[in-house]
Ligand binder design. Structure first.
Ligand code: GDP
Length: 412
């Protein structure tokens, strides 16, 4: 299953998912991230959060505090798609950094605790994501905990976030006995055996058959109500297939009119493969989101997500690593190669692109170029700060108003 990360550049634009995981502290963001990296073959071992050795928390300060303070971007492959995870801090004190990471991602997974439901920080991050128009799906985690209840968590999503939840799974078993989910689109059971990582697919257990049928119909009705074109299509079909329903769910997600809800237990490694499938199915590629626009006094200027367009990218993170300064960059348009001279448009200063790296947690893989839609770390940039726009010198544009205080993070 281990992904060949050197083939990353072969993923087409439509196969990229730049996403963030949004959560209240302790809801399980780190564990979900860890499981994603494990399942996609990015890390070999299963890190345990309580050991302080998980992959996204590689900064010693983060490890000490036990909360995710500094954003890190991690790249992994799933089913021919490249998923770039942009870590968004969950702690409310760091909301400036949340805003910057929200700026560079195209979609998000909101993780909730199945006992606590929507908590204050998830609500505030959700509102920030609303402002940036970030399409989201929801993962109700910790289904194995005493008191976990999907329906109650879903009601808190509806009430507190004022969004229409579309539940696409039915849990199999409760609390300690939570063993898997019924995929309501395909009406199939997905079960994880204790102590094993692999999922077994099979028919829906008899005891849940009626409930699964009822919930499938409810999902179809809710989708049809929200989506007139889907309603027409549904009416013309003898049976609503999983791909038809999935296409309508994707439309609703991209328009921000509803949120697809999945459930699982990341800690027990249950439900994370369907979450990866849902990320690919419902969240947007860079080509699905509107072209990026210039800020300030030139708001009309746009850049399409086109590798052949003039280069423009936004610096969203600067790390002073022991091996040198690493500048995390979201490339919006064009292509960069090692040795290219680019313009820091706000500072009116040129910079030279050094090595271009794909970040897999605490490791890096060099790539010869980065194109529109990519998230990469670039070595050799001397002065550009978080928030700076780098662009082709002949086609300047500023994506964010200049920032005054953007600290360079030191990693001992
Ligand atoms: P974060 O603060 O959102 O990054 O949350 P963590 O991933 O660090 O998880 C917080 C705590 O909840 C840790 O002790 C995890 O082991 C635990 N945890 C995470 N996922 C689950 C789950 O699915 N079930 C249970 N019972 N505990 C979980």
């Amino acid at each position: 299953m281990r992904a060949d990360l050197n083939r990353n550049h072969l993923v087409p634009l439509t196969g990229i998912r730049n996403l963030g995981i949004l959560a209240h502290v302790d809801a399980g963001k780190t564990t979900v991230t860890e499981r994603i990296l494990y399942l996609t073959g990015t890390v070999h071992r299963r890190g345990e959060v309580h050991e302080g050795t998980t992959v996204t928390d590689f900064d010693p300060l983060e490890r000490d505090r036990g909360i995710t303070i500094f954003a890190a971007a991690v790249s992994c492959l799933w089913d021919g798609h490249r998923i770039n995870l942009i870590d968004t801090p969950g702690h409310v004190d760091f909301s400036d950094e949340v805003e910057r990471s929200l700026r560079v991602l195209d979609g998000a997974v909101a993780v909730f605790d199945a006992v606590a439901g929507v908590e204050p920080q998830s609500e505030s991050v959700w509102r920030q994501a609303d402002r940036y128009g970030v399409p989201r799906i929801a993962f109700v985690n910790k289904m194995d905990r005493a008191g976990a209840d999907l329906d109650t968590a879903v009601e808190s999503i509806r009430e507190r976030l004022r969004v229409i939840p579309l539940v696409v799974q039915l849990p199999i078993g409760r609390e300690d006995g939570f063993t898997g989910v019924v995929d309501l689109l395909r009406v199939r059971a997905l079960v994880w055996e204790t102590g094993r990582d692999t999922v077994t697919e099979g028919p829906v257990p008899d005891a849940l058959a009626d409930e699964a049928r009822r919930r499938r119909r409810l999902l179809e009705e809710n989708v049809a109500e929200l989506h007139p074109a889907a309603l027409e299509e549904f009416c013309a079909l003898p049976e609503i297939s999983a791909p038809t329903l999935a296409a309508a769910l994707r439309d609703l997600t991209l328009r921000g009119e509803a949120v697809v809800v999945l459930c699982g237990s990341a800690y027990r490694n249950r439900g994370v493969e369907p979450l990866l499938d849902a990320i690919v199915a419902y969240l947007p590629a860079p080509s699905d989101v509107p072209p990026v626009r210039a800020a300030g006094d030139d708001p009309g200027q746009e850049r399409p997500a086109d590798p052949a367009a003039p280069f423009a990218g936004l610096v969203f993170k600067v790390h002073a690593a022991p091996t040198g300064r690493l500048t995390y960059l979201r490339v919006y348009s064009g292509t960069i190669r090692r040795g290219d001279v680019v313009l820091d448009a706000g500072a009116r200063r040129t910079e030279r692109i050094g090595r271009i790296l794909r970040v897999q947690a605490d490791r890096h893989t060099e790539t010869d170029h980065a194109t529109a839609g990519d998230i990469v770390a670039v070595a050799g940039i001397k002065a550009a700060r978080a928030g700076a726009t780098l662009c082709a010198p002949g086609a300047p544009l500023v994506l964010e108003p200049p920032v005054t205080a953007s600290p360079v993070v030191s990693v001992a």
